[in-house]
Write a protein that binds this ligand. Structure first.
Ligand code: DGP
Length: 133
């Protein structure tokens, strides 16, 4: 999509700091400057998010997520990763091209990448009855 910023990065039309790529996916540095080592993994073919992404593309994205994560830990001095994704604006998605955030982690790095959810209001069984497949 010509008006999609991540499609334009994937095609090379816009410069990105490319960490890894293969035929179907690209990993590049996030420009947010929020945490060191913040990397995004995207499919080169456009889909918006987890809700419309085909399974082959999803598999390719997660293969790359694992490859980059293993590299961060094996070769770059990190110990673990957080993987983050927002699918839909309701979930906080700001760029409408599917992406997984990789946040490299070390013990004691002080990064709060796992919010403490304290706001559950509904009865657990009632929610279960609604979401059970
Ligand atoms: P999200 O809010 O989950 O949709 O995350 C979008 C991320 O994309 C956010 O962390 C900032 C990053 N981002 C936005 N525009 C650009 C860009 O032009 N280049 C790069 N490298 N990252 C971008």
């Amino acid at each position: 999509m010509s008006d999609c910023i991540f499609c334009r990065i994937a095609s090379g039309e816009i410069t990105g700091l490319r960490v890894y790529e293969d035929e179907a996916t690209l990993a590049f540095m996030d420009v947010a400057k929020d945490v060191d080592g913040h990397i995004l993994v995207i499919p080169k073919a456009h889909c918006k998010n987890i809700l419309d992404c085909d399974s082959e593309t999803l598999s390719a994205v997660f293969r790359t997520v694992q490859k980059v994560s293993q590299h961060l830990v094996s070769d770059c001095g990190y110990e673990g990763v957080n993987l983050l994704n927002a699918s839909d604006e309701s979930a906080g998605q700001s760029v409408p091209h599917f992406h997984i955030h990789i946040i490299p982690r070390k013990h004691g790095d002080g990064i709060d990448a796992w919010p403490e959810f304290t706001g559950a209001k509904e009865d657990l069984q009632a929610v279960y009855d609604r979401v059970k497949m």
